[in-house]
Design a binder for this molecule. Sequence first.
Ligand code: ASP
Ligand code: MG
Length: 415
Amino acid sequence: MDAVQHLQVYKFGGASVRDAAAIRNLAQVVQATAAGRPLLIVVSAMGKTTNALEALFQNAYAGLAHAPALAELGDFHRTVATALGSSLAEVENLLAALAEQLATVAAEADYDQQYDQIISFGELLATRIVADFLGAQWLDCRPLIRTDETWREGRVDWPVTERRIQAALPGRLATGVVVTQGFLGGTAAGATTTLGREGSDYTAAIFAYCLRAESVTIWKDVPGLLNADPKIFADTVLYPEISYAETIEMAFYGASVIHPKTLKPLADRAIPLRVKSFLDAAAPGTLIHDCQHPPLAPAFIRKTEQCLISFESKDFAFISEENLAVIFEALAQAKLKINLMQNSALSFSICADYSERRVNKLLGLMREQFRVHYNSGLFLFTVKNYDGASIISIISGRQVLLEQRTRGTFQAVCA
Ligand code: ASP
Ligand code: MG
């Protein structure tokens, strides 16, 4: 029926397409692993292109010069395409369209909406170059992945998306490899949306869900799903096998390996997710699926740029349900996402991602009724499946402002 038999979905992130050598390596990985089965490849923007486009957009929005940065971005993509012997025609078309789009950026118009129209060029450029080098079909995912108009965080309209993907993909996949963009979607009116930073993993899951793929593989520069980010923590270990539920929790606490929205669509259709190294395609990596496993090694997750906000009732009244309702309402209005909370008789504290604008908004809303204190520049450490030694390794030598533990999880807000 709607399933594409034995379909594999591969996702290659920015690091795996950072330059010509990386794209040649990508082609080898595909050749060595995907033989004979239908394959859809989801690709992110090359290297740090998304950050570069963000900076470009901010300058354009602020009315500052951006021509040199635009030229640099263009040359980067031209150089890679040329080194690969790929055609420059589509790259040039996209660069011209990007320049045109930048010229229309206006401070009066919606920031987030304009952001999406510009930032999406990273994926459009990368997929053109990769598809051309592989001799694969290039597919624009924007008419297929239908979202609402929540710019920068587009919410997927699943029924429409599923219908469109099922209508468009099986025929193409039958004729060969298809390459499409991660991170992008489109509105009913045809505007481009993005799915949230690092959202390409989610794109792979969307296609896999709609086509009932056999499996999804995320190719990364680490050997698989590790118990901590090796750039931050020493002595990491690999999880060979892990359940969807454990992985969703890790993503929720801020582990950056997999975009948090990725797991649910895959779990819903029992599609296994593999995380593998593009530097060692033969190594088994990590298999995420519906499984039981023995207790896992403790997982360490660090979130930076945190703030700790405490509310005290001004009249020495207890923090009551009514007070909490007011506080939560204000937090929602200020769009502050709570990462941890704790209450006592006279005060209520939350740890959230710091944003000056959002915290100021909150203070404005709360000052009358509560005394509000906050500290910023903090870390939130989470240890899942903790033991005594893992907690000591995290907090020793640090100033702990607040800590909390449940049976499975230890968290500390530290300076
Ligand atoms: N290129 C986008 C980003 O850097 C999406 C992704 O990498 O998944 O956020
Ligand atoms: Mg990226």
